[in-house]
Design a protein around this ligand. Structure first.
Ligand SMILES: C[S@@+](CC[C@H](N)C(=O)[O-])C[C@H]1O[C@@H](n2cnc3c(N)ncnc32)[C@H](O)[C@@H]1O
Length: 382
């Protein structure tokens, strides 16, 4: 055994123990997977932001403490015309094992992962199930090849494919479990079709940044899927083809046309369930949002929403006044979503659920599928 082997094995075991002590790992089988799959092989080079927000790359060899830690490690950046944005990473192992535990993966299961990324999670799954039962896809062919090499180096050969995960992987279907490690605005039909009867699916349903959470679905007796959002909020990168092109914020010299007061939280994304419900209550797709800072104190003063058609709303943090301009009254859906949320008793994520009907329609609900609080998810089918 080399010095590096000794280094990583004790650290990997330390990480597994930590995740068990924090309650993220509940079963000895996932403890063994985290203790025995070398994460450093999958993340030789990663990026992080320095104090100015600039991305800096560093090599992980010799810094194994930072690899065997509950931290997301960004591995790929994409240029977005002037700034770089992460498009692939090795997810925080704490979140990864919580998802694997939630899915109740058992011996003999066949699992499809959407978003191979580094291949580390495919490695954990291969350790748990045997690589012949693991299938993983990524839209980025280069990443799939790297993951294939690295998995082979540690002795695993799961079925990997460079395809758009929205299509699943029909040639090896059906799967007992599907886990998505990139977010989707709607559950793709292909995933529903590729699950076995009695199967389970865990995916991050996000309608905009911070507007959504992991939802855990099971096949329903009449066809389709049903289940609840998980209690703890989590966030994944958006599926790449769903990314909305950034649009410029309207200049600050444009005068407002209307004013109103608000009961809703400012900024609305500070209450993620309200922010999620606002997207379902009429906020247009592709909205850009952010905060304006006081130029002197650098403290946030105003939340801004801007729609693709240029309509905008600005809500003051201090006096709860909202200024608006443009054809779409952007604050109205926020106010409506907040009012319904208050009426429903301010539910946290675990009171929300999702039904994917046999006809493909998708509904978000509070407490029960057929109850008074339900919203149709835009599925793009009109
Ligand atoms: C957070 S990373 C996945 C982490 C990975 N499971 C691991 O263990 O390293 C998200 C991945 O989703 C992938 N992705 C984005 N859009 C996709 C799509 N349409 N189909 C499949 N994969 C996609 C990205 O390329 C990225 O590698």
């Amino acid at each position: 055994m080399t010095a590096t082997d000794l280094d990583w094995t004790s650290r990997a075991r330390g990480l597994a123990d930590l995740l068990r002590d924090h309650g993220d790992i509940r079963s000895p089988r996932w403890h063994a997977a985290v203790a025995e799959v070398p994460r450093h092989v999958f993340v030789p080079c990663v990026y992080e932001q320095d104090g100015t927000g600039a991305w800096v790359g560093w090599e992980t060899s010799g810094k194994l403490d930072r690899v065997y830690a509950p931290q997301t490690l960004v591995t790929v950046l994409e240029d977005r015309g002037g700034y770089r944005e992460p498009v692939s990473s090795s997810t925080n192992p704490e979140l990864m094992v919580r998802m694997l535990e939630t899915l109740d993966i058992r011996d003999g299961h066949r699992v499809l992962e959407i978003g191979t990324g580094t291949g580390y999670n495919a490695g954990l799954l291969s350790h748990r199930l045997g690589d012949g039962r693991v299938f993983s896809v990524d839209v980025d062919a280069g990443l799939v090849e790297l993951a294939r090499e690295r998995l082979a180096r540690v002795g695993y050969r799961p079925a990997l494919a460079a395809v758009d995960g929205e299509q699943g992987l029909p040639e090896h279907a059906p799967y007992d479990r599907i886990i998505a490690t990139c977010s989707v605005p709607v559950i793709p039909d292909a995933w529903v079709k590729q699950l076995t009867r009695g199967g389970g699916l865990l995916a991050d349903l996000k309608l905009a940044i911070s507007a959504g959470n992991l939802v855990h679905l099971h096949t329903a007796s009449g066809g389709g899927l049903e289940g609840r959002f998980v209690a703890r909020q989590a966030s994944f990168m958006a599926m790449r083809h769903h990314r909305d092109d950034p649009i410029p914020l309207t200049g600050s010299d444009v005068e407002p046309e209307r004013f109103r007061s608000t009961e809703a939280p400012v900024p609305p994304w500070s209450q993620p369930v309200v922010w999620f419900l606002a997207q379902l209550s009429g906020l247009p797709r592709g909205i850009v949002f952010g905060t304006l800072l006081d130029p002197e104190t650098r403290q946030p003063t105003t939340a801004t929403l801007t729609a693709p058609d240029g309509s905008w709303a600005r809500a003051s943090f201090t006096d709860r006044r909202v200024a608006e301009r443009g054809e779409v009254a952007l604050w109205e859906p926020v106010e409506r979503a907040h009012a319904r949320w208050v009426e429903a008793g301010r539910p946290a994520w675990d009171r929300l659920g999702l039904t994917v009907g046999p006809d493909g329609d998708q509904w978000v609900w509070i407490d029960e599928p057929g109850g008074q609080y339900r919203w149709k998810l835009p599925t793009g089918r009109g």
